[in-house]
Design a protein around this ligand. Sequence first.
Ligand code: EPU
Length: 417
Amino acid sequence: MKRISINGGNTLSGTINITGAKNSAVALIPASVLCDEQTTIYNVPNISDRDALIDILNCLNCETSVNNDLVKIDSSKCENKQISLELSKKMRASYYFMGALLSKFKHVEMYFPGGCNIGKRPIDIHIKGFEALGATVKIKGDLYTIDAENLKGTNITLDFASVGATINIMLAAVKAEGRTVIRNAAREAEIVNIATFLNNMGAKITGAGTSVIRIEGVDYLHRAMIEVIPDRIEAGTYIILGAMIGNELKINNIIPEHIDALLSKLREMNVKYLLEENSVTISKAENVRAANIKTAVYPGFPTDIAQPMMVLLTQANGVSMYEETIWENRMGHVKHLVNMGANIKNGNTNAVVIGPTPLYGADVEATDLRGGAAMVLAGLIAEGTTKVTSIEHILRGYDNIINKLKNVGADIKIEEY
Ligand code: EPU
């Protein structure tokens, strides 16, 4: 088995280039099956979720090629087949094939998706959206069979502004007859990226990025390309790291508006940085103030950056209150931070962090993707050696994390154990 080994305490300087957003790429790849010709996706991160989605495309008889960050997909010979239990469970985003295949073939068979264990993660809002468009959904154990004679545009108000449901319903509606309006839609930057890709294929979607998305159904989707937006969560992870052990660490290729919630929280905490057009340069901050973090849907404070942020809270002066409002089980990292010396009291979704406390190297586990990133950050600022297990969670979502950190001076490696 593999684990990450870190000797903490090095100062980091130089440049980290941010790659394409995982949560965009994992929807763009399934969206490509909607195209009846070839699609090209630029700036795709090198993560294991990418490979798992490409495996699904290959099983559906799509032709795929991956060349560094460039993915080409020819869906002209795409066949509708059941997506196996193993492939469905490999990651959360396999469920985007529900909307995409429903739209293309009016029939889908696949299993309940996998993904990080951060909550129950039901997909009832997706299913209600498909049903509103005219589909019938049969659920037998984990197997979902979705059929429609005809998909008809309609008005759908989501119970919650779910990222996955917004994208899945958009995919399902793109070729439906007439107009679909999604209200209380999620507004995440990734949703705009997916809508742009579909529009590049000839779809008629307006309003993506606002809470009302309008989709006029079209019959045919043609050849198109898209560039994946920079990963705002990867950027946030390294910016937080820079605030703890950076020396003019430059986080490059970012879209500042996408990380506004983090940057304004850092300012509140007395963390200084230089913001330029597409980069942030940051050094170890002195006299960091404690702060309250409450996660929220976009453009609020992102749940995906909250776990790495907790590491910075352990270094802040005073008492910080932390509240996770999106996922009911996203505190797996806390006991490991406590093991390393942090002073944190937590419930299921709340925590109180009292700082500053020095952290010491320990054997810890990546309980989920972002909890794993928090462990890497903690290991890098700690005194001594930290060994992080279950690193497959981290490699699912962070492109080239070891080399990116080594290149700026970290003592970090993957080792067998
Ligand atoms: N929810 C339902 N029913 C549904 C859908 C969602 O109750 O049908 C609930 C969820 O259980 C959760 C909340 O609504 O409590 C938010 O879920 P959402 O659907 O917005 O999340 P998601 O689409 O499953 C994506 C990202 C997550 C990120 C969330 C919130 C992908 C593949 N995943 O998940 O990313 O935390 O949006 O921003 O895009 C990560 O990258 O580490 C990660 C977990």
